[in-house]
Design a protein around this ligand. Structure first.
Ligand code: PHB
Length: 392
């Protein structure tokens, strides 16, 4: 009798222990956020991670009975590192969701890992249209270069600009920007007189700006990745392009809110198209900017930070829909067609392409309360990525 009771008691302990382990393990969902936290694109990592953390601070770290644990890793902007870290997080750390992709090559490096492991990857930053085609497990909360370059072409053609030189970083997003600005601008009667591509790494814009000046266009259309705009703006002014009558039009990556204020007077009057401005006027953005600046020593949130914030918004909305099921196929089904109100305005995920549908705003750099801001003056509503719309 004694023996039997002891055995039962022991079994009870063992069963209890067994039951406790999977329950505890299920309650935490690890999200691997891989970003360039060091190196030339560290501002992207700083902004995206701060945006994601702001979401958790504002909404709490629990959704559908799961505790969300963010694991932030630095790839230093090197694609081989991104892939290695993604693999390590999935295989050794039990990460169920991946996010990040600070630059196109870094996002592309994660695609085979996402496909093989069936782990969803939410691209927070990179903007080359083809990224979402690289894996059925990729979705995106930034935007695509075709999506926000096309409206700049519309605006230019409708606002008296006849001749343009394009100047873009020579890799995926730059080539997408050049193609879609030019296609739209030419379609509406404009002329592209030269297409200049500059290296991504350590660019010196001076010789390229001389070419632009010599071509005597009405305007130069520019795409450069977040962070590179400050040096460009300085060299644009130093080379005397404003005095030569060359207007600057660009994607909003160039007048990135993170560095805009430090660009000073030369930036005033620059016209850009993009999906987010710190000065966007909405209650959601007001609350976001307030929480973000408070938590980050008054740093201004830029569009990268909103990509990070919305990656968490999408994860929360999807997990609510799946009742906490984080398996890849269930999560990706839930993501398709999901809509929510972002600090940038209304957004949704295109169920066919898994890319984001959003407003693109035309903005002008102006002084507001003694600081430089991208001030919105027109809205292109609910734009899909035109590259994929064209292919369908
Ligand atoms: C990209 O590499 O796709 C990229 C990087 C920075 C940007 C936009 C796109 O601001």
């Amino acid at each position: 009798m004694l023996k039997r009771r002891t055995l039962l008691a022991a079994a009870g302990v063992a069963l209890g222990a067994l039951a406790a382990v999977p329950a505890a393990a299920q309650e935490t969902v690890k999200v691997g956020l891989i970003l360039p936290m060091t190196g030339p694109f560290a501002s992207t990592g700083r902004q995206v991670s701060a945006g994601a953390k702001t979401f958790l601070e504002m909404k709490g770290d629990t959704v559908a009975g799961k505790k969300i644990e963010l694991i932030i890793r630095d790839d230093a902007g090197v694609a081989d590192q991104t892939r290695r870290i993604a693999q390590e997080l999935v295989v050794n750390e039990g990460v169920k969701l991946l996010a990040g992709g600070g630059l196109t090559p870094l996002a592309m490096a994660v695609a085979p890992v996402a496909t093989q492991a069936k782990v969803p990857m939410i691209v927070t930053s990179a903007g080359t249209a083809s990224i979402t085609k690289a894996s059925p497990f990729i979705t995106r909360t930034s935007g695509t270069l075709p999506q926000y370059s096309l409206p700049v072409g519309t605006w230019a053609a409708e606002n008296g600009i006849k001749k343009v030189v394009t100047l873009v970083s020579d890799y995926g997003p730059g080539i997408d920007a050049e193609k879609w600005f030019s296609k739209e601008f030419k379609g509406k009667g404009g002329e592209i007189i030269e297409a200049v591509r500059v290296p991504l790494a350590n660019p010196d814009f001076a010789p390229f700006l001389q070419r632009v000046r010599d071509a005597k266009p009405d305007a130069v259309f520019v795409f450069l990745p977040s962070g590179a705009g400050a040096l460009f703006m300085k060299q644009f002014a130093d080379r005397g392009l404003p005095e030569a009558g060359v207007k600057l039009i660009a994607t909003g990556d160039v007048t990135d809110d993170d560095i805009l204020n430090s660009m000073g007077k030369p930036a005033l009057g620059t016209i850009t198209g993009h999906f987010y401005a710190t000065a966007h006027d909405s209650p959601e953005n007001k609350a976001y900017v307030e929480a973000f600046t408070k938590a980050n020593d008054n740093m201004r949130p830029n569009f990268m930070s909103v990509g990070g914030y919305d990656s968490m918004a999408l994860i929360y909305a999807a997990l609510e829909k799946t009742n906490g099921d984080v398996s890849g196929p269930a999560f990706m089904e839930a993501v398709k067609g999901m809509s929510w109100t972002s600090p940038r305005g209304p957004v949704s995920i295109d169920p066919e392409t898994r890319d984001i549908i959003q407003n693109i705003y035309m903005r002008e750099v102006k002084e507001l309360d003694g600081e430089l801001h991208n001030v919105e003056f027109a809205t292109f509503k609910d734009l899909k990525d035109p590259e994929k719309a064209e292919a369908n």
